[in-house]
Design a protein around this ligand. Structure first.
Ligand SMILES: CC(C)(COP(=O)(O)OP(=O)(O)OC[C@H]1O[C@@H](n2cnc3c(N)ncnc32)[C@H](O)[C@@H]1OP(=O)(O)O)[C@@H](O)C(=O)NCCC(=O)NCCS
Length: 172
């Protein structure tokens, strides 16, 4: 089971051979600006920690996990979309996204986010998303997918920005 295709995007699960795809994302300080405050991840960290965690995310139920996203047009890897049980709110689904910089600004995140929202709505679940308060692009994507501001909170972005994170949500 993976995420449903959108007009321009198709998705699949990451597997053990995909560390190089995650490296394309997480080695870019601009991509990581509002995640690690710009600290790039090393190949070793991705191979030993990040990728195994993603692969483990497929264990819990067939719908859940972090899925790689590709352009239908040419098969380019553009990044990933997340659809997972929220760690803090029982029953809620956390959605998220991370795209390679050269694909920003084309509406891809919004396109994927709308699909995540409609998937969560079919399951009749509270949908939540979080971001550093200064991550305006990601917050805009949440809004365009139909989520609204829920709260500021001290989240798990480490190191966080010294400011609270924001949670957006869409009730079932
Ligand atoms: C967040 C991210 C996924 C957005 O991807 P994207 O494909 O460029 O998003 P979209 O094109 O669908 O939409 C972006 C929206 O944000 C707006 N935006 C972009 N930068 C902005 C900024 N600095 N301030 C305000 N709005 C901004 C765009 O104008 C657009 O809104 P609009 O259509 O109303 O004009 C991408 O920037 C990214 O991968 N960033 C790094 C990883 C990350 O931060 N992930 C989220 C962690 S919470």
């Amino acid at each position: 089971m993976t995420l449903s295709d959108t007009k321009r995007l198709t998705f699949r699960r990451f597997d053990e051979k995909d560390a190089y795809l995650l490296f394309q994302l997480d080695s870019d300080p601009d991509v990581m600006k509002y995640i690690t405050l710009g600290k790039p991840r090393t190949k070793k960290d991705i191979r030993n920690n990040i990728l195994p965690k993603i692969i483990k995310s497929y264990d819990s139920t067939s719908h859940y996990g972090i899925f790689s996203a590709f352009l239908k047009l040419n098969g380019d890897f553009i990044g990933w979309f997340q659809f997972e049980a929220d760690k803090l709110i029982p029953g809620a689904i956390e959605i998220g996204w991370r795209l390679k910089k050269n694909y920003w600004g084309n509406g891809y995140a919004t396109e994927g986010a709308k699909m995540l929202v409609s998937t969560g709505r079919k399951l009749n679940r509270l949908i939540v998303a979080q971001a550093m308060i200064e991550n305006k692009a990601s917050i805009r994507v949440m809004e365009k997918a139909g989520l609204t501001f829920a709260e500021e909170f001290w989240g798990d972005y480490k190191p966080h920005s010294g400011k609270p994170d924001v949670r957006y949500e869409l009730k079932p």
